[in-house]
Design a protein around this ligand. Structure first.
Ligand SMILES: Nc1ncnc2c1ncn2[C@@H]1O[C@H](COP(=O)(O)OP(=O)(O)OP(=O)(O)O)[C@@H](O)[C@H]1O
Ligand SMILES: [Mg+2]
Length: 443
């Protein structure tokens, strides 16, 4: 769960406003609308308000009506003793990792006969009860195969713990960066599968949830992987209810993770759905390049992934230089162009030039369906130029959209740009009959 911090290690919080957060000192514009009657199973008929409700009240989170807010999923309450037993008293050999919220343990809860991941709030840590409450409330309202399931929680005295379904393959970050020796890098097909699934999770938050939710903490460490590398978004402690009616943004304190945070949001504090799209573009770039969003070990020009990538988007000959070397040339050149084009659109500086998530999903579902087979496709080699004979030199055209401030390079297929599937007026991205999204910037 995140607050403004250096990419990766969330304990290094940099934002003073987080201290205010701990003191429950929220501005009126920074309220998360939640449902106090959240659909949490009560194990008894105790009429006293439970600790979660007390937390919600003390945080001054705005109550909204129950209507239409509760989806099928229900979170349970667990006692601290039950969770201590599940993790053999939070033993070291159950330890999975640690983030800004606290330590995460693997556990087995007998009464539900399920292996779980238990996140225990560090009372001296940098994140707090607010993130805990928002996480419980958001996930209690959500139900989607690409969102991690919150099985339950414990709010007992000063203890706050979250109980999730266990994700056996850990986080995407662990599969992309600083691979342990002997660990196989992700192949191209798996990368596309993961990013398409993550996009569907985000689409659910933006377009299907009622009210719609801005995630605000999309990054590789928050994409968890289940069996078969099925991805699920996790950590909703920073989530915000999106703008309502004709409002275009929500005003908030700036929170997020360096390297993933949209520049417009960082500068103005105006949070929009397109802020998430920017973060999504950074994740997609990480998946393609194997580089970190921020990498302080690199030279200053290469530390920020987006800043490094932007000039390269303009030069097709350098596309294959952007690819993760761990792929060892095993990727489809056409798929690479398409994936880079989607990433380039998502990380544009102008938020209204970024695509909406539904179109990103369409494009990525298509990309993920185009399986790359190393047995029948040639290995790509940068030295030979960017197009392999099998991919067909004439079948693609990459154009630079002159005059657009982001200098975005766009991709278009031979089949043209036309599409009836345009989602909204302000949105100028099109999906062609390949299912690939392209654009008409500069029109
Ligand atoms: N449901 C889960 N199943 C399996 N492992 C998990 C689960 N949730 C978290 N983890 C693991 O626990 C570790 C810490 O996760 P956590 O979300 O607390 O921190 P983070 O995402 O690394 O950082 P941040 O605080 O910035 O989100 C990660 O390595 C992650 O892989
Ligand atoms: Mg996390």
């Amino acid at each position: 769960m995140g607050c403004f911090r250096c990419a990766g290690k969330s304990r290094k919080k940099l934002n003073n406003v987080n201290k205010k957060d701990k003191q429950n000192n929220h501005s009126t514009t920074d309220k998360v609308e939640v449902d106090l009657n959240v659909n949490c199973k009560r194990e008894d008929n105790n009429p006293k308000p439970d600790q979660l409700s007390l937390d919600v009240k003390s945080l001054n989170l705005k109550e909204v009506s129950n209507e239409g807010k509760v989806n099928g999923y229900q979170a349970r309450t667990f006692s601290f003793d039950e969770l201590a037993t599940a993790t053999r008293n939070f033993r070291l050999d159950c330890f999975l990792g640690e983030g800004g919220f606290g330590k995460v343990y693997k556990g087995q809860i007998e009464k539900i006969n399920q292996v779980v991941a238990i996140k225990r709030l560090d009372p001296h840590g940098l994140q707090g009860i607010r993130e805990f409450v928002v996480e419980v409330l958001t996930l209690s309202l959500a139900d989607h195969p690409n969102l991690v399931k919150l099985i339950g929680f414990c709010a007992e005295r000063e203890q706050r713990l979250l109980v999730y379904e266990y994700m056996p393959l850990g986080s995407l970050e662990e599969h992309l960066h600083d691979l342990r020796r002997g660990k196989k890098p992700l192949d191209w097909n798996t990368r596309m599968k993961i990013v398409a699934g993550a996009a569907r999770g985000l689409e659910y938050l933006h377009d299907k949830m009622k009210p719609p939710v801005i995630y605000r903490d999309l990054k590789c460490s928050n994409i968890l992987l289940g069996e078969g590398y099925n991805p699920k978004l996790s950590d909703f402690g920073l989530a915000k209810v999106g703008p309502i009616g004709d409002k275009t943004h929500v005003s908030t304190r700036v929170m997020g993770t360096y390297g993933y945070c949209a520049p417009d949001y960082a500068m103005t504090g105006q949070l929009t759905f397109r802020s998430d799209i920017y973060s999504f573009g950074v994740v997609l770039l990480e998946i393609i390049t194997g580089r970190k969003a921020i990498d302080n070990t690199k030279s200053s020009k290469e530390q920020n992934l987006v800043a490094w990538a932007r000039p390269l988007f303009r030069d097709r000959k350098r596309f294959c230089k952007m690819v993760d070397p761990l792929l060892e040339g095993q990727y489809p050149i056409r798929g690479l162009y398409q994936a880079l084009a989607i990433a380039a659109m998502c990380v544009q500086e102008q938020p209204n030039m970024r695509p909406v998530i539904a179109d990103v999903v369409t494009a990525l579902n298509y990309l993920a369906s185009q399986k790359y087979d190393p047995q029948i496709h040639l290995k790509q080699s940068c030295t030979k130029g960017s197009t392999s004979p099998q991919e067909g030199r004439k079948s693609h055209r990459t154009t630079i959209s002159n005059g657009h401030s982001s200098g975005l390079e766009t991709y278009s297929s031979r089949k043209g740009l036309s599409s009836p599937r345009v989602r909204s007026n302000d949105h100028r991205h099109f999906v062609n009959d390949d299912g690939f999204e392209t654009d008409n910037y500069g029109d």
